[in-house]
Structures are given as structure tokens and as C-alpha cells.
Design a binder for this molecule. Sequence first.
Ligand SMILES: NC(=O)c1ccc[n+]([C@@H]2O[C@H](COP(=O)([O-])OP(=O)(O)OC[C@H]3O[C@@H](n4cnc5c(N)ncnc54)[C@H](OP(=O)(O)O)[C@@H]3O)[C@@H](O)[C@H]2O)c1
Length: 282
Amino acid sequence: MTTNIPNLTLNDGLDIPAIGLGTYSLNGFEGAKSIQTGIEAGYRLIDSAFNYENEGAVGRAVREASVPRDQLRICSKLPGRHHAYDKALLTIEESLLRTGLDYFDLYIIHWPNPKQGKYLEAWQAMIEAKKRGYVRSIGVSNFLPEHLDHIVSETGVAPSLNQVELHPYFEQAEQREANAKHGIITESWSPLGRGKGDGVLQDSVVKAVANVHGKTPTQIILRWHTQLGAVPIPKAGSREHQEENLNIFDFELTEDQMEIISAFSVNNQRLWNQDPAEYEEF
Ligand SMILES: NC(=O)c1ccc[n+]([C@@H]2O[C@H](COP(=O)([O-])OP(=O)(O)OC[C@H]3O[C@@H](n4cnc5c(N)ncnc54)[C@H](OP(=O)(O)O)[C@@H]3O)[C@@H](O)[C@H]2O)c1
């Protein structure tokens, strides 16, 4: 089990580990087993979402793992169709019932869906959910700088983290800066570009950097995230990949090596064309 994972402190005082486990597509009994394996391997931050339909699997993994609840950081997300204030609160209650947990450590708004125009209302509900003790720390996902400015100026409450698409093809320098301006930690979704086979993980220069450190290209990419100050949440189903992905805190990339990875962002590309200004997820 890995024990050398550093912690970061969110702007509301909650500490979270510098890497977490993504769980998209880890569903049902098998998914629960994989998530439990992840916890046994050393993950303490577990991502989930109402829309992944795996809050039940996460809850089972938490109950069956041999790690005390207070050492885990469990996160879920509010879907776009439930942004209205009362619906949002009910949805968080329903998420809790699905997991069988008494509280979430983190709950975040999955997408701003700006055309729908209700993300401020959703944020007000999140503030209330925290007051009611449903969740210890509240955040957002896929919020562009203007969405952050809007909710902060209207409520005076900044999210603790913003989970955004971030990988070597899309290093998100401006977004990271906008998050930092509000004291918001950046979390990276699809940190490995979903294992996109034809690029960075197969690149000979990245392989050379990996060889210098006695690491794999995957570990180099995840280390790049943490050195940017972002928290990657790679999804991995097998114990082997889960352990590999955690084993990134015993070496450091040089500035030049960081640049080699960032250079893949030359086109600054979202990989699935999901621009939060336009894209809507319900
Ligand atoms: N907020 C949002 O809108 C949003 C959007 C997308 C994703 N997310 C979250 O972010 C998490 C991670 O993103 P993602 O699942 O899209 O993609 P990802 O973590 O970038 O990549 C996952 C893929 O990489 C493979 N992989 C993992 N470790 C590996 C290793 N060491 N060697 C080789 N292959 C490896 C996985 O396969 P194996 O399982 O076989 O290891 C899987 O196919 C999601 O699971 C979800 O929790 C959030």
C-alpha cells in the first residue's frame, strides 16, 4: 500500500490527497470490487457522480474497505437536470441514500449548463447542503472563469475545487489561473486523455523521460499534473494500474521535462469538444 501521498488543503480547511481515483464505468458488483481494491491500494479520494449511476458501488466499497470512513474523501456530482434549488437538495439527499453514507466529503456541480441558466441556484443549494451537514466541502466542475466570477460575486462563497478537463493535450493554463485567483484547487478529469493510444503515452521523448526516472509514461503524465498543482483522478479498474498510478511521489520532473509534456498542448485541445460554454449535460 502506498503511503507517501501528500495532502492539499482546500480553501475551507478540508484536506484531500494529491491524487484520487476516477470511477466512471466502474459499476455494479465488479465496480464496487475495483473501487474497494483501489482503497486497499492507497486511494483516499474517490470520484463519483449521480449520473455515473455508481454511487451504490462507491458506498459498498467504502463500507467494505478496511479504512476508517474519516480517512476517505468521497465525492459525487449534481446533474444538470437537477439545478433548481429544491431539486438540487433532494438530489443530494438521494445521492446519500444511494451510497448509504451519512455525508459526502465533496459534492460538486457537474456542469454549469449556462444556457439553462440555473447554476447560481444550484450553487445556493450547495451552500445550504453544506449548512445541513450533507457535505463537508462544496465545489464545481467544468466551470469557466465567468461562471466562477458569477457565483462568487452573487454568494460570496468560492467553491473549494473545480474539476475540469486537463491532460497534456489541454493544459488549461488560463483556467488554472482563474481557479487559483479564487483560491480554488484544480482537479483534472481524464488526466490520461482516457488512455488515448496514439499520442503522449506512446511518444518516444516521453518514453525517454520515463526511462530516466525508471517510471512509465503514465506515471510521468500523472506527476506532471501534480507538479502543475492539479489533482489528477485517473480511472483504473485493475489493481496493477491503480498501484502504478499512485506510485508517482518519489521523483520530480525538471522544468525542461515539464515543458516536454506541456508542449503536447500546442493546439490546446479539448478531446471531445465539450466546451462548457456550449456543451450541456443533464
Ligand atoms: N467532471 C466531468 O465532467 C468528468 C468527465 C470525465 C471524467 N470525469 C472523471 O474523471 C475520471 C478519469 O477520467 P477518464 O476515466 O475519462 O479517463 P482517464 O483517467 O484519463 O483514463 C482512463 C483510461 O486509462 C486507462 N489506464 C489507467 N491507468 C492506466 C495505466 N497505468 N496504464 C495504462 N492504462 C491505464 C484505464 O484503463 P483501465 O481501467 O483498464 O486501467 C482507462 O481506459 C473519470 O473516471 C471520472 O471519475 C469527470
